[in-house]
Write a protein that binds this ligand. Sequence first.
Ligand code: SAH
Length: 252
Amino acid sequence: MNMPTGRVLLVGAGPGAPDLLTLRAARALTSADVVVHDGLIDPAVLDLAPNARRVDVSKRRARHTLPQDEIGALLVREAQAGNIVVRLKGGDPFVFGRGGEEVSACVDAGVAVEVIPGVSSALGAAAQAQMPLTHRDHASTLSFVAGTCQGLAEQDWTGLAGHGRTLVIYMGVATAQLIAEKLMADGLSPDTPCAILERGTHDDARALRTLLADLGDAVAREGVRSPALIVVGAVAALGTATDVLNRLKAFA
Ligand code: SAH
């Protein structure tokens, strides 16, 4: 009797541009029997697994995302059936990717699991916009936070932004105005530089720069859409981002 060879590979697909996939991730895709992926994965990346069955967990049940515990159960079931399962996630699996929950689901079920890191979107988008997230003259501390609505008010961000610090906010487009108010209530100056990095690493990416007091308005005015990141701190004034505050002044 053959021993079952099924296992789960949790793979970071990188920030968007397919050639930012790691060689290890590409190799994992080539070996996959099943690819379980989110939305926003470039077709060129999925094409690296031409013979694998694809399961898009972002499009199930009339567009409602499959609940996290069901994703875990799916990975376990497929691996126990003897498949090499690639769980493909945007950016890095362990940066706001729920990778920890999926590793636990596998470990609890006794299924072998491996994690392959990916370029997180903050790193990809910042590179494209030539915006160093740390800089000896501007910032020696870097924090990543989630700006989702749920629990935003309870999150303690004190000390994460300000002089010498860079704060990168994931999932903050819809809450940009609240985020700006929260940071100013924490004592951050309204003229702290901010950048919005939309669709980072894609050909149609936009990098916009303004000041904290204008952040919410800028998101609305410029029609910023998810996926996008918000960078708060002196480094946001560096790089190639377009200054949308001056653009506003020019038309005033
Ligand atoms: N694991 C992912 C993050 C998942 S959370 C990573 O490491 O990047 C989803 C959030 O990531 C989005 O709301 C957005 O804030 C950010 N994001 C993902 N892709 C992006 C991109 N190409 N450009 C800018 N932000 C992106």
